[in-house]
Design a protein around this ligand. Structure first.
Ligand code: N01
Length: 511
């Protein structure tokens, strides 16, 4: 099989992979490839095309700090705009020639002899000094285990795999789940479908959404004076950071959010029984707080029924609930979220002791050092890794923080002659102890709900329990003292100077 040697292999062409490519290039590290299973850049924003898909983080914060977008149309951006933004940033970056789209990672294993990751993909084999995984924290759909789901005769699809060929006009649609995706899709679905049954297991707290559109004057101003847009962005950032204490230290402050959500319910729904059915009985923030002005009016619409009785089974023609009621369905939409604490990419990455990341994490729960590097997995950098996700602000800020750390680490690796490193067990343990200690007082732990933030041990291995600027400070520099060299480097001198392109001259053929 032909093998392509590169210094850095990046998995995923979403915000994380794209940011890495751009920042490595800026640092003079041009010998990299980005492999992406989909046939386009965009990651989440390429995959999620369901009707109504939009970002629930304010637009001003949902862009790279180095590529502000003066053109956002509204306070919250719809998916097509975000995808167009990412395509534009990718095209302007001069890195697209090193993207290999339609290429899926099948297996990645550390080769101690070579001091490289050997990565098998659907398009051939790669050998890389560093493996930078930006495969997405919420990319693999989680399908519900409901009896008979496989027997359903009509179309079935997950929100993140929307089948646009399926005609919905005049059909009876059932939606399972009432999370962030469902609350965006249902208000659009009910405009075309004959009927929509919404199956709710647990209600969410849903606060109003700012629908403000950006005026032409504002856009012109942002274009001409980027400092103005930066100031607006800083204001939004600060307002969101001000919410952190209510999540992390003083969950009682979430009563303010609950009041706003209850007012949202009263505005959207008049029926007392329906109001009661959508009112959560746990503290706001325990699960992700959602934003929508359209969700409650949609549930109150004549052609929508909220079903709160547990689903018993699915038949070829519909859904039977635990009370024995059978509702006929033409199209089944699965809105049950993603594999978060058991990411499938972890099954494909094998460390230096022959165990996969999934095997290691099955024993311990997801753990990493600073959410980015993992003992036993030399030169692996996990973007949006354990305890890096946010309940209050933009993941783009976290991604940029991690990428700075990775670029600094790469610089240190190059200067050391590529001696492979991984965090020491002590450093990784201390980091995770620190994070878990902080979890004790958070609303995610004390709020009285079951959420996908928690793993099977009941630990929150998903969210960062603090301000985003604190996270950034922790990752400001590659802290070499927390790392150990795992094997002697195979070559003392770097054989590729910074600035080399991944090229055919380094492509080698192996047996
Ligand atoms: O998934 P979710 P999502 N039977 O996990 C229910 C991001 N996102 O795709 O609460 C019946 O939130 C489950 O019920 P319960 C964002 O981070 C961002 O909506 O577990 N129901 C819940 O109601 C978000 O948080 C944007 O009791 C079942 C729903 O399915 C994350 O993606 C937009 C079930 C799953 O909700 C995931 O959102 C959209 C079962 N067996 C998404 N299993 C932005 O705007 C699960 N459920 C940035």
């Amino acid at each position: 099989m032909q093998r392509t040697d590169v210094d850095h292999l990046i998995i995923g062409a979403g915000f994380a992979g794209l940011c890495t490519a751009i920042k490595l290039q800026e640092a003079g590290e041009t010998d990299f490839l980005v492999i992406e299973k989909d046939d386009d850049v965009g990651g989440t924003w390429h995959a999620n095309t369901y009707p109504g898909a939009a970002c629930d983080v304010p637009s001003q914060l949902y862009s790279f700090s180095f590529a502000l977008n003066p053109e956002w149309s509204a306070a919250y951006s719809p998916q097509p705009e975000i995808l167009a933004y990412l395509r534009r940033v990718a095209a302007d970056s001069g890195t697209l020639d090193r993207f290999r789209l339609g290429t899926e990672v099948l297996d990645a294993r550390w080769d101690a002899g070579l001091g490289r990751w050997i990565v098998t993909s659907t398009a051939g084999e790669y050998a890389a000094r560093t493996l930078i995984a930006g495969a997405g924290g919420l990319s693999e759909p989680r399908l519900p285990e409901i009896e008979g789901i496989g027997s359903f005769a009509g179309p079935v699809f997950h929100t993140a795999r929307w089948d646009h060929d399926v005609e919905l006009a005049g059909r009876r649609v059932a939606v399972i789940g009432t999370g962030a995706s469902a609350i965006q899709a249902v208000p659009e679905l009910r405009k075309v479908a004959a009927r929509v049954d919404v199956y709710q297991r647990t209600p969410n707290w849903v606060i109003p959404r700012n629908e403000r559109r950006t005026s032409d004057l504002e856009k012109r101003l942002f274009r001409r004076v980027p400092a103005v847009q930066r100031a607006v962005r800083a204001g939004v950032y600060t307002a969101l950071e001000a919410r952190v204490p209510a999540f992390v230290r003083f969950p009682r402050l979430q009563a303010l959010t609950e009041a706003a959500a209850k007012a949202n319910i009263r505005r959207g729904i008049t029926d007392p029984a329906l109001r009661a059915a959508v009112t959560p009985d746990y503290r706001a923030g325990c699960k992700r707080i959602l934003i929508s002005n359209a969700w409650y009016p949609a549930l109150a619409a004549d052609n929508v029924e909220l079903v709160t009785t547990r689903i018993d089974r699915i038949t070829p023609g519909g859904i039977v609930d635990a009370d024995g009621t059978h509702r006929e369905v033409d199209v089944l939409v699965i809105a049950t979220g993603f594999h978060v604490t058991d990411p499938p990419i972890a099954e494909r990455i094998t460390g230096r002791d022959g165990r996969t990341l999934a095997e290691v994490w099955t024993e311990t729960g997801m753990r990493a050092y600073k959410g980015t590097t993992i003992h036993g997995f030399p030169n692996l950098f996990q973007l949006v890794g354990p305890n890096t996700a946010l309940g209050h602000s933009s993941m783009v800020f976290i991604i940029e923080s991690q990428v700075r750390y990775v670029v600094d680490a790469v610089d240190a690796l190059r200067r050391s002659g590529w001696a492979p490193v991984e965090p020491t067990p002590a450093a990784q343990e201390a980091w995770n102890e620190h994070v878990q200690e902080r979890m004790g007082s958070t609303v995610w732990t004390t709020g009285g709900c079951a959420s996908w933030y928690l793993d099977r041990f009941g630990n929150n291995t998903t969210l960062w329990p603090g301000h985003t600027f604190t996270f950034r400070r922790h990752l400001a520099r590659f802290d070499r003292g927390a790392y150990q060299v795992v094997d002697p480097a195979p070559a003392v001198q770097s054989d590729t100077p910074p600035g080399a392109q991944p090229g055919t001259e380094k492509e080698s053929v192996t047996a």
